[in-house]
Design a protein around this ligand. Structure first.
Ligand code: C2E
Ligand code: CA
Ligand code: CA
Length: 762
């Protein structure tokens, strides 16, 4: 019994020393108080062990060891109290009580040391145990010892109360921790009292001191409550957005969390449903040696496609035997959708849903790099789209573009790609054999009937480039298709055009023209030529002003080329103003010379109405120069009149009010000539030369001419026919009642000097 007690105490001492080592190695909350407590327990145990081992003939060391043992118990309870306070945070002990307690413990300690000499606290007697056959020290307590006991019990009471309080207060899962502390402390006290009361040979409570210290160490190190952890884990699993299905080693589903149930939309027996859903996957993964396998899967659920990331994980024991497995499903539908949306936005034009510029380029490259048939690049453009936006608002503009995109999509073959490059410019790459010119133009004209814009006639241009070199940069192909458009841009008769190499030459020439225009105007390289107009009496009554560019290097350039170029570039009004002024100046000069009966007709381009206050310009001329206003006649082409009826009519009214005569030029070359006559209040009708050209239908042309002339007369208009080249033409026109003639038969356009020389001679 004695021996086993000693061995036990030594053993406990080693365990406690080991505990101290552990606590020092790990990150432990309240480490200081735990270490202090264990050290005092070690000290107490060693002192007590020493005391009981001291032979009966050595009283002084026995007194000394017993004194140390008692004082150690003082400090043990002091550190227990400090540990309780630090561990529970309930009623923390402030500095002052700490000092008082320390002082009292110190006093008690001194008292026990002094006891070796004074024996006022206890006395030792040698007793013999017959049963154990052993002499042992019996501690005879003296009354002052009671003070020590009270001090110790009071401190222990503090810990008991605090732990009881905690036990009541904390949630169930923590109760075990505080309960075990409480029981152990109570047991120590109980045993201590019991041993004292029973005059026991040994103070068995020492064993409990040591075990209390060890269990506190355990609490500090490992006491993460298992139930709490379980609760935390299960809550996390249940609330996780990742769906989980757990299986046992035989493949039976044993658990599924909420996300899993929602994902598979199973109701009722979720486990059976899960097994049915996952049986296939489970089977394929079962024999895979890898522990974790991930894969992307799509799942159809109520007609909705779900993107899920499936992770399959196996759990094995240390010998590699399968314990179970688990499927994790991450619903990535939203993420995938978001990614797809972003990708779509990055590669598509939001307004029309067609590809955007950049992705069109890469798509075209991709297709052409593996092309084994000829392709063509088709571009389209709306005439004056800017104007549509200005007149009808950007919203209508957008709707037109969206409608155009859907038409393009419909008209395009499935092997083609289409994009909106910018503004109203669309491009399509299509296999040549699938490009149907007629179908494409017809579809495009559908939009003009869509009713999106009422009076504004939308006109489309389609440019086609047959790709000859697939390695050409995509934007060169596009530019070539656009060049084809530019070649017909502005014309109402044409809407589709193919790229030819000459176009490139033409464009270069256009660029040259525009580059030189300013200087040419400044240096007066533009000259007003005159083509005489002859009355049916044979007298010259006037002339048409036709511009000629006398270029210092290239010689005379005809307006047939540079006028359309200037019109396209929005520069024609500057040239026209210049010619109009020349004409007014000339009329003033002629008036002074007494040639007051001669008139000059000047041309007004459609574009002049966009860039100029035409009415204001002619008012200024009338004010600036002294001429008979009726002698400056204004030619406006029939097609110009059809374009902007309302605005142009307003301008014409203004010009009439000033006193100018208006002449409809190229009458009969357009489509709705007759209808237009009803609205336009013109003074002179200039019949286009197409009616005089040699055709198989000469007779029909003559009939039309005859009727136009007689109709004009009835409307009170003067009629002039241009392009008269032969005597016969003059004769029959004369018969029909034509008032005036202009044409090569009489004279070609000539310089002013030539004109004046020819007609002013007499
Ligand atoms: P346009 O106003 O119809 O002018 C008549 C054109 O027919 C002139 O060509 C003239 O030279 C030509 N012509 C006259 N008689 C005959 C004939 O008997 N047979 C044939 N085959 N042709 C004849 P041009 O001078 O080359 O002018 C071409 C066009 O350029 C004009 O057509 C006019 O639209 C425009 N244009 C000329 N000068 C000006 C100008 O100062 N301003 C504007 N805006 N346009 C102008
Ligand atoms: Ca003319
Ligand atoms: Ca004409």
């Amino acid at each position: 019994m004695f021996l086993s007690m000693v061995i036990l105490l030594i053993l406990l001492t080693f365990v406690m020393l080991f505990c101290i080592k552990l606590v020092n190695k790990r990150v432990v909350r309240n480490r200081k108080s735990v270490v202090h407590l264990i050290w005092t327990a070690v000290f107490t145990t060693i002192c007590y062990t020493a005391f009981i081992l001291i032979p009966s003939d050595r009283p002084f060391p026995a007194y000394f060891a017993a004194g140390l043992y008692f004082l150690a118990t003082d400090w043990l309870v002091v550190y227990l109290m400090l540990f309780t306070s630090a561990y529970t945070h309930v009623y923390p002990i402030s500095k002052a009580p700490r000092r008082i307690i320390g002082f009292l413990a110190g006093l008690d300690s001194v008292s026990f040391i002094v006891n070796a000499f004074t024996r006022h606290m206890f006395e030792l007697e040698i007793r013999h145990s017959g049963r154990l056959n052993l002499n042992y020290w019996h501690v005879q307590l003296k009354p002052p010892h009671i003070a020590h006991r009270i001090f110790v019990y009071l401190l222990v009471l503090y810990s008991l109360v605090i732990f009881t309080y905690q036990l009541i207060r904390v949630p169930n899962i923590y109760k075990r921790k505080y309960g075990s502390m409480l029981i152990q402390i109570a047991a120590v006290v109980g045993l201590n009292i019991f041993c004292a009361a029973m005059n026991a040979k040994f103070d068995y409570s020492v064993i409990l001191y040591a075990s209390l210290a060890i269990s506190i160490c355990y609490l500090a190190l490992f006491a993460s409550p298992r139930k709490l952890l379980e609760r935390i884990h299960s809550t996390i699993v249940e609330d996780s957005v990742i769906g989980l299905f757990a299986y046992d080693n035989e493949g039976n589903c044993i658990d599924a969390n909420r996300a899993a149930k929602e994902l598979f939309a199973v109701s009722g027996d979720v486990y059976a449903a899960a097994e049915q859903y996952l049986a296939g996957w489970l089977e394929t993964h079962k024999n895979n040696p890898a522990n974790v396998i991930g894969s992307e899967q799509t799942l159809m659920q109520n007609g909705e496609e779900k993107n899920i990331y499936v992770n399959y994980q196996k759990f094995s024991d240390e010998k590699g035997r399968t314990l179970g497995s688990c499927f994790q499903f991450e619903n990535r539908t939203e993420v995938v959708q978001k990614f797809k949306d972003e990708q779509y936005r990055a590669t598509h034009d939001v307004l029309t849903g067609l590809l955007n510029r950049d992705s069109f380029e890469s798509e075209v490259r991709r297709i052409l790099s593996s092309a084994n048939e000829p392709y063509c690049m088709v571009c389209s453009n709306i005439q004056d789209f800017k104007l549509v936006n200005e007149l009808y608002g950007a919203e209508t503009g957008d709707r037109i573009l969206a409608a155009q995109a859907s038409i393009i999509r419909k008209a395009s073959h499935e092997d083609s790609v289409s994009a909106r490059i910018y503004a109203d410019k669309f491009a399509t790459l299509v296999p040549k054999k699938h490009f149907n010119e007629q179908r494409f133009s017809e579809s495009m004209s559908e939009i003009t009937k869509s009713g999106l814009v009422d009076s504004f006639r939308l006109h489309y241009y389609i440019g086609v480039y047959d790709i000859t070199d697939i390695n050409e940069p995509v934007w060169t192909m596009y530019d070539k298709a656009i060049m084809a458009i530019n070649a017909i841009y502005g014309s109402y008769e044409e809407s589709i055009s193919y790229y030819k190499d000459e176009l490139l030459q033409h464009i270069i020439k256009e660029k040259e023209t525009l580059g030189e225009f300013d200087r040419a105007l400044e240096e007066k390289q533009f000259h007003m030529f005159l083509q005489p107009q002859i009355a049916n009496s044979g007298a010259v009554v006037g002339a048409e002003a036709l511009v000629r560019w006398i270029h210092p290097e290239k010689g005379m350039i005809s307006p047939g080329f540079f006028i359309p170029t200037l019109e396209k570039a929005g520069l024609i009004h500057r040239l026209d103003l210049y010619i109009w002024e020349n004409a007014a100046q000339k009329l003033e000069e002629w008036k002074k010379k007494g040639k007051e009966d001669l008139s000059i007709s000047v041309n007004i381009s459609t574009k002049d109405f966009f860039y100029l206050d035409v009415c204001g310009a002619f008012r200024t001329l009338a004010e600036k120069y002294d001429f008979r206003i009726k002698n400056l006649k204004l030619e406006i082409t029939e097609s110009a009149l059809m374009e902007n009826v309302r605005e142009i009519m307003k301008a014409l009214d203004g010009l009439h009010a000033i006193g100018y005569d208006i002449e409809i030029d190229d009458f009969g070359s357009g489509y709705s000539s007759l209808g237009m006559l009803k609205d336009i209040n013109a003074d002179i009708l200039k019949i286009d030369m197409i009616f005089l050209q040699e055709t198989k239908n000469a007779k029909r042309s003559a009939t039309i001419l005859k009727n136009i002339i007689s109709m004009s007369k009835e409307l009170g208009m003067t009629v002039i026919t241009e392009g008269v080249e032969t005597k016969e033409q003059v004769d029959f026109l004369m018969d029909f009642g034509c008032d005036m003639f202009q044409g090569f038969y009489f004279a070609k356009p000539m310089s002013l000097e030539a004109f004046e020389k020819e007609y002013f001679a007499g």
